[in-house]
Design a protein around this ligand. Structure first.
Ligand SMILES: Nc1ncnc2c1ncn2[C@@H]1O[C@H](COP(=O)(O)OP(=O)(O)O)[C@@H](O)[C@H]1O
Ligand SMILES: [Mg+2]
Length: 240
C-alpha cells in the first residue's frame, strides 16, 4: 500500500511539473499569436488605406537628409538638440538635450514604445542622427549589456572568461584567484560555492537570474578591460 501510494504521489508531482511547463509554453504562444494578429491588423489597415501611424505627433521626416553630427570625446555622452527619429521617419523626441558624465549613473524610464531603446540605437549608430550633435566616447570605451546576455555552454569559468577558453586563460597567466577578484566586484562570489566551483557545469541560461546574467556580462567586460589594461581609462556601460 505504502509503495503504490508513494508511486502515485511521485507521478502526481511529475504531472504538476509538466502542467507548469505547459503553462509557460502557452504564455509564450499567446505572445506570438498577439504579435501576428497585430501584424495582420496593420496589413489589412494599410490595404484599405486607413492605417494611422503611432508616433507622438505624426510628423514624418524625410529620412534622406540626416544632418546630425557625431563627435568622439572620452568620458561624456551628450545630446544637443537631437531629433530622435525612427528609420521610417516617425519623430520620437523633437528636441533632446542632456549630458551624462563619466561616473554618473543614469536610469532611463518611460512607457513601452516611447523610445528608450531607440535612444541607444542612436548612440550605437544603428540609426541615423537626423539633426543635432551627439558626443560620445570612442568604440573601445562604450559597452552595451543586453537584457538577456548570452551564456555559453560549459563551466562557470567559461562564462567569465568568454570569449577566451581555459587554455587561453592559462596561457595569459590568469589564475582562478584573479577571477574571484573580478566576481567580487559584481558581488557574485557566492556563485562559485553555489554552482560547484569554477568547474561546475550548468544550464546557465536557466540557473542564473536575469540580474545575475547581466552581472556576469559586466564581469566579462571587466575581464576584457583587465586584459587590455584599460583599468584606469574611463569606460561607459549601457545596460539595456
Ligand atoms: N526598426 C524600426 N523601424 C521603425 N520604427 C521602429 C523600429 N523599431 C522601433 N520602432 C518604433 O519606435 C518606437 C520606439 O520604440 P522603442 O525605442 O523600441 O521603445 P521602448 O521605449 O519601449 O524601448 C515604437 O513606436 C516602435 O514601434
Ligand atoms: Mg525597449
Amino acid at each position: 500500500d505504502y509503495y503504490s501510494s508513494g508511486r502515485m504521489l511521485m507521478r502526481l508531482a511529475e504531472a504538476v511539473g509538466r502542467l507548469v511547463l505547459a503553462g509557460r509554453e502557452l504564455t509564450k504562444l499567446t505572445g506570438f499569436t498577439t504579435r501576428v494578429t497585430d501584424l495582420i491588423g496593420v496589413l489589412s489597415d494599410v490595404n484599405q488605406g486607413i492605417y494611422v501611424r503611432t508616433g507622438i505627433n505624426n510628423t514624418i521626416m524625410d529620412t534622406k537628409n540626416n544632418e546630425g553630427r557625431i563627435r568622439t570625446q572620452d568620458g561624456i555622452i551628450k545630446f544637443e538638440n537631437v531629433k530622435l527619429m525612427t528609420p521610417n521617419g516617425d519623430v520620437l523626441i523633437e528636441n533632446l538635450n542632456f549630458t551624462v558624465q563619466s561616473g554618473q549613473n543614469v536610469i532611463v524610464v518611460g512607457p513601452n514604445g516611447c523610445g528608450k531603446s531607440s535612444l541607444f540605437r542612436t548612440i550605437g549608430e544603428l540609426w541615423p542622427l537626423a539633426s543635432g550633435t551627439l558626443t560620445k566616447p570612442g568604440s573601445g570605451h562604450l559597452f552595451y549589456i543586453p537584457q538577456k546576455p548570452y551564456m555559453t555552454i560549459g563551466t562557470l569559468r567559461d562564462q567569465i572568461i568568454y570569449p577566451d577558453s581555459y587554455y587561453d586563460m592559462r596561457r595569459k597567466g590568469i589564475k582562478d584567484d584573479n577571477l574571484n577578484e573580478l566576481l567580487d566586484k559584481v558581488q557574485l562570489t557566492y556563485l562559485v560555492q553555489r554552482e560547484g566551483g569554477f568547474d561546475g557545469v550548468q544550464d546557465w541560461m536557466d540557473v542564473l537570474s536575469g540580474g545575475e546574467k547581466q552581472r556576469i556580462a559586466v564581469n566579462i567586460l571587466f575581464h576584457y578591460c583587465f586584459l587590455q589594461k584599460k583599468k584606469k581609462r574611463q569606460i561607459f556601460i549601457i545596460m539595456i
